[in-house]
Design a protein around this ligand. Sequence first.
Ligand code: TYD
Length: 392
Amino acid sequence: MKKFLNLGFQPLANSYLEKKDLNKKENKFELIIMYDSKNYLVSILNKVSKKKMFNENYPYKSSESFTMRKSFKNLAKFLKQRFNPKFVLEIGSNDGAFLKNFKKKEIIGIEPCKNLANITKKKGYKVYSNYWNTNLAKKFFSKKKIDLIYSANTLSHIENYDELFKAIKFSLNDTGILVLEDPSLLECIKNVAYDQFYCEHIYVFSTLSLSKILINYGLEIFDIENIRTHGGSNRYYIKKKTNSFYKIKKSVKENLDKEKIYGLHKFLTYKKFAAKVLKSKKKLKSIFKKIKTQNKKIIGYGATAKSCTVLNYCGIDKKDIDYFYDTTSYKIGKYLPGSKILVKKYQKLLIKNHKYVFLGAWNFKEEIFKKEKKFIKNGGKFITHIPYPRVI
Ligand code: TYD
């Protein structure tokens, strides 16, 4: 295991602060990223306990984004057509954005954050607010096995992937399908999206690393889709190796080849990435400095966990950004961890009030630019750091 990037001391990305806590010392950890040449896995060195991150205060709700709602709806329809599952499990069902596209008796959700699990439970869905593990799997799926397991943006959050895959293998029908969706390491490295790394993203997977790990559990990827969500993700279709019904599609080799051509199996690639990250930091800081020396105001758009990494790594705080706009009710009126920038309830951008807006939610760039087309047309500017820092 070799370290290649140090993003400094970071607070817990989704621990938004109340006003009364602004002067209290925050919990911080050193965000160091490393590469394991044995299984090509990229991970963070210092892990934060899951109970500190995924609890009843978890702020992220998939249903609050139009892009995510639409994407889950289309996917549910597609999965029903392609696999015709009778019994589905979603691991990390969040507030039910995917789950609600199925009939109540067809699907079960696992969601450790009680506040989120309760939202779907109240709608009559069967959701267990537990962490996914083999004990849970044995309790619920010893007799009735699952035809389709779906999990989006949870794989990278689970430290013990050994337990995760053992429990999946136990619960899945021999002809069952596992569909995993997670940020793509290739996109992260290509876009210098170093903010994919924060306490919750313990791993950022590639096809190379995932296929290597799955061998240990008798599982294999048979198809991959490259999708736009979360700044570039992969949707992996996985089956038991013994299931010969589904042939391995050429998308698997194509993705493996693409990653190898980019050098995701070489440590040097990560060293080069680290150098680009440093350059990105310097450039972003100089953009902020230039605007601030003109005495112009900058606000933020989308108080993401990713922004937390950027702001704390680049040393950008409330002196640079007056406040963030965000639509998530839980975040409004609170302060971003570390940088202590206030989050305000989203209001449509108006050029007379703002000229410069830092795009925290760059993964929703298309949705946001569409929403703010008038602001852009009238000369409003977005500052982004992806794939390189610039004003657009
Ligand atoms: P998210 O995509 O979950 O990123 P991360 O995993 O890094 O936290 O967060 C997107 C945030 O952006 C969320 O707080 C909602 C906010 N947002 C807006 O305020 N307005 C918008 O139009 C969109 C699309 C998102």
